[in-house]
Design a protein around this ligand. Sequence first.
Ligand SMILES: [Zn+2]
Length: 308
Amino acid sequence: MKKVFSALLITTIALALSSCSGLIRKTVLKTVDPYFHGPGIDGSQFEQLTENIYTFRWNWYRNLIIRTDEGLVIIDPMNRDMSVALKRELDQRFPNEKVNTLIYSHYHLDHTKGGDVFSPKEVIAHSKSPHYWKDFDTHEVLKPTRYISGDTVLQIGGVEIRAVYLGLSHTDTLYAFHIPSARLVFAPDLGFVKAVQPVGVPDRYSPGYLRAMNKVIAIDFDTFVASHFGYGIKQDLVNWRDMLETGRSLARQAIKKYNTPGLSKHQMGKYFDEVYYPMRKQYGNWHGFNEMYIINLIRDITGESLGY
Ligand SMILES: [Zn+2]
């Protein structure tokens, strides 16, 4: 009898634990899912921005397509599924135009896969990209034919594309692209339009990232195209920088007041009060605030404490 009772007890505990982890899973998904999915995010959309520049959104990713006299230029293939979907659009809209050049904005694998779908004549990337790629499975990354470093002006089929090097910011291989004739900047992973960044912007060195945003903001342009969610105007990038920097400076103040994490008691709640509520007051209506801001808060507290 005792044995049966013990077995029953173990089963009950196991069941309780499994339903509890199910609940955790459900709660996490419910919290994070609306950031990446929903109306206006799911699906794809091909749009014309200026006379010869187009943008393609595929779920929460967005890239840039430039028509030139020598064929198309695509910046960031992202992944195979997105590339296949874009290729279908391009074949339909510009059936006689080949892809002349594919450019990678930075080495990150979620921006550089599936490029072979386009069979480009040339593939351009920052010279340090292979240094990182050698540590990962990159069989889906089409190998560059040309490496660049520093600010580089590309002249392709009569269109000037200025590749603006952003230093150690979001990796040290990051470029923004300024097309002066269109007064447009495509700045992958450097800013969003009225949307909070996911997980504090992964792989971000904050001081360099601020320098990078300021370098782009110093350019004279009108249209700002981000690599995730919507596109907008230059002021959107200015507002986004201010949002990021407000969060950082609140985190800095909180550390000054309540010490570096782990050195005093009950710090988490104090950081939360100091950073979360003022940020929610100002940016609570931006896309992703509810889903992502707490992760950003933790990232800013640790970043400001450690120096990154
Ligand atoms: Zn990235």
